[in-house]
Structures are given as structure tokens and as C-alpha cells.
Design a binder for this molecule. Structure first.
Ligand SMILES: [Zn+2]
Length: 310
């Protein structure tokens, strides 16, 4: 609870009311992929939110002074930062955000992060249909937990890229897992296509072009797991899924001999020749930094034997 002194200052300076700041924070979180840093001086987000409320210089600079008589010192704290913190703190109490102390365990960063409930509420405020949740690359604490587990798993020697049919997954669980798969794969490959390196997002910087491709596809009961995943641009994802190319155990690209039978004008994008580019000798795909999350040979082998056209 704010002290009466703080409340008086908030009123005198006509600062925004906390509920409105909470709503603005939720929206800002969606626009920042679900996370924002702790509030401190110099954080971009602090100024952006101040701009949104049209705060003047005085409102932005106002300091609250706490006098510690015993120690004979005065502690100054910025009123706007405090208001932001109180809003975030209140959202965390309602379990709409995770606190920096909770998030750091998963991401090593001191950040406020949306929870699934917070994400739902933010979309509602923004008037975005809830189904968009599956498409938008917004982090949530629950999904981040699965991502962290996926990235930290020990690389198994014997690996099954197939979903265990006996595991009864609720729809909710499956959805979270699917979002975690997309997030983990795109992040691990630094949002670039593993084959051509294409990296681009939408003008609002929210949607990445790169896709998280399954090596053993869902249609063959493939797992939503980083060891069964690969980040590919739309074009290479398609070519991989239909079997125009595959990957060898040493992560070299292997192209179908059937390319020879293609009409001359096929697979051309201006001067770019899709098949010729794939057929380059010793073309290695780009891989994540950590070896433990490279695509598993068991998954790649299945793709070579079942999808690829030799
Ligand atoms: Zn590509």
C-alpha cells in the first residue's frame, strides 16, 4: 500500500491511476514478446509508458523522499518508477505476471513476464481474439518453463522422435507444449533459417518469418521437441516437408536426384535457384550453439528414410 504522503503526491501531480497503468503494462508486455526488464532509470519501457500517458517533465522527474531520522539520511525514489512497480506488483499478486525473482530462475534475466492468465487478459484488453495465442510469439511463464526444460534436457543416446501414445495429454498441455517447441527452436537457431540464413520479422517486430519445422512431422506422430526440430524459412520448410532435401547425420544437406527431372524454369526466384543452392557441395546447416540440442540422428534418419526422395 502506498503511504498517505505518496498518495498525496500522486494526486497533486495528477499521476495516472494505478489500474490504468496496469492495463498499459499488460499491453506493453504483449508488444515486448511477453517480457519487460525491471524498472529503473534509463529503461526504454519506462519512458515509452510515460509517453503513452503523456506525462510532463515534472511528473516524470518527481521524487518521493523518505526520511530516515535514525540514520539521518534521506532516500529519494522516483514516483513514476514506484507507480510502475506498484502496478506490476499488483499484477503479480493476481498471478497475471511472474516477478523478476521468479523469471530469473528460467531465463537468467530479471524480468517481469506474462503468465498464461495475464496473456489472456492482455489480449482481451487489446481486442485480439484468444486463438491468436497459438500464433503470436509471446512468452509466458508457463511456456518458458517447458522451454527451459527442453533446452536443459540431457541428450539421450537412444531417442524416440515419436510422441508416446500412452501419454494422455490434455489439450491445454498440448497447446503449451506446441508453443514451447516453436519458441525453443526459433531461439536456438537465432531466428534464422538453418539452410539459407534468412532472418526477418514483420514491420512491428512482433512476428518472425522463420518457422519451427518438425523433422518427424506431426502427421507421423512426431514429438514437439527441440531434438526433433529445425528452424527453417517458409520456402525451405516446404521443400523439407515434401522431401526435396534432407540432412545427413553430419548435418550436410542432401538433395534429391529428382531435381534433374525438373523443368528448367522451376524453383527460380529471379537469379536465385532453389535447387542449385541446395545442391552446393558440402552445404552444412547452421546449428544451435549448444551441441546437446542439435537435431537428433534418430529423427534425421527417419526423415531420410520416409520423407526424402532419393
Ligand atoms: Zn531458408
Amino acid at each position: 500500500m502506498s503511504t498517505s504522503y505518496e498518495r498525496k503526491m500522486l494526486e497533486e501531480l495528477k499521476m495516472p491511476i494505478q489500474k490504468d497503468v496496469e492495463r498499459a503494462l499488460l499491453k506493453m508486455l504483449v508488444n515486448n514478446h511477453g517480457v519487460i526488464k525491471e524498472f529503473g532509470a534509463g529503461e526504454k519501457i519506462v519512458d515509452e509508458l510515460a509517453d503513452e500517458f503523456g506525462l510532463n517533465e515534472k511528473q516524470r522527474a518527481a521524487n518521493l523522499e523518505t526520511i530516515y531520522t535514525k540514520e539521518n539520511r534521506v532516500k529519494k525514489s522516483n514516483l513514476w518508477h514506484r507507480l510502475l512497480f506498484r502496478a506490476a506488483d499488483s499484477l503479480a499478486k493476481e498471478k497475471l505476471l511472474s516477478r523478476p525473482t521468479q523469471t530469473i530462475v528460467l531465463t537468467n534475466k530479471r524480468e517481469w513476464m506474462l503468465t498464461e492468465n495475464g496473456y489472456n487478459q492482455a489480449l482481451e484488453i487489446m481486442g485480439v481474439p484468444i486463438e491468436q495465442k497459438e500464433v503470436l510469439p509471446i512468452r509466458s511463464f508457463e511456456v518458458q518453463k517447458i522451454v527451459s526444460r527442453m533446452r536443459k534436457q540431457e541428450r539421450p543416446e537412444h531417442y524416440s522422435p515419436f510422441e508416446n501414445k500412452r501419454t494422455v495429454n490434455t489439450t491445454q498441455k498440448t497447446r503449451l507444449r506446441s508453443r514451447a517447441f516453436k519458441q525453443a527452436v526459433r531461439e536456438a537457431y537465432n531466428f534464422k533459417c538453418a539452410v539459407c540464413g534468412l532472418k526477418i520479422y514483420s514491420p512491428n517486430a512482433l512476428l518472425w518469418e522463420v518457422e519451427a519445422a518438425h523433422i518427424v512431422p506431426h502427421s507421423a506422430n512426431g514429438k514437439d521437441d527441440i531434438l526433433n526440430g529445425l528452424a527453417l524459412c517458409h520456402l525451405h520448410h516446404w521443400a523439407f516437408d515434401v522431401g526435396w532435401f534432407t540432412i545427413e547425420d553430419n548435418y550436410k544437406v542432401l538433395v534429391s536426384r529428382k531435381t534433374k527431372d525438373l523443368p528448367a524454369d522451376f524453383g527460380k526466384l529471379g537469379n536465385y535457384d532453389l535447387m542449385r543452392q541446395l545442391s552446393k557441395e558440402n552445404l552444412l546447416i547452421s546449428l544451435p550453439r549448444e551441441h546437446d540440442i542439435y537435431p537428433h540422428p534418430a529423427a534425421i534418419q527417419w526423415h531420410r528414410e520416409n520423407i526424402f526422395w532419393r
